[in-house]
Design a protein around this ligand. Sequence first.
Ligand SMILES: [Zn+2]
Length: 188
Amino acid sequence: MSVPSAVLRSRFQLPIVKVRPGSIVVGVLGEVGPLWFGVHWVGGRQFLCCGSEEAGCPLCSLGQSRVVGVTMMEIRLQGGRQEFLLELSPLAFSNFESRLRFAGFDLKCGVQVQVTRARARGGLRIEPCGPCDRFEMWLDGERRLLNAWAVLYGLPLSESGESFTQFLERTRSVIEARGRLLLGSHRG
Ligand SMILES: [Zn+2]
């Protein structure tokens, strides 16, 4: 029996963590991803970059893309735990890695974190707070992260055993075609 693709996609869908200035988001991070990718901001929205101008990205003609990462975060909510996608900058992640090393925590075992943001458009600050008592969410985590990301950007789901790089190669033409369409409507 085949599961309809919309149903399959909805199974992988994850909400995005919203971190407002002044608020603290508490949760657990583990060694899943981050997936790093380039985005362009066009008309107040984020669109995927398919590499570079040389690589044929239509949107790169509007300006350089910005690298964004995404990982999974588990947050305790009323009635249980839920997984979210956490978007972060390379700088926020490398600062987090330094703090992890300093504190002696291992991301492989799960780490409790506090995530804050100083300004509305500022980067995230991810502070490790302690080891995780129960860590089981990363079962098949890489694939689930990749698929949640694919659903977020309206791309097809990953094929079994496919790496992020392979996935990007396979879906590159889709991203490029969308970029061309967007560029046309942006200039028109
Ligand atoms: Zn681009």
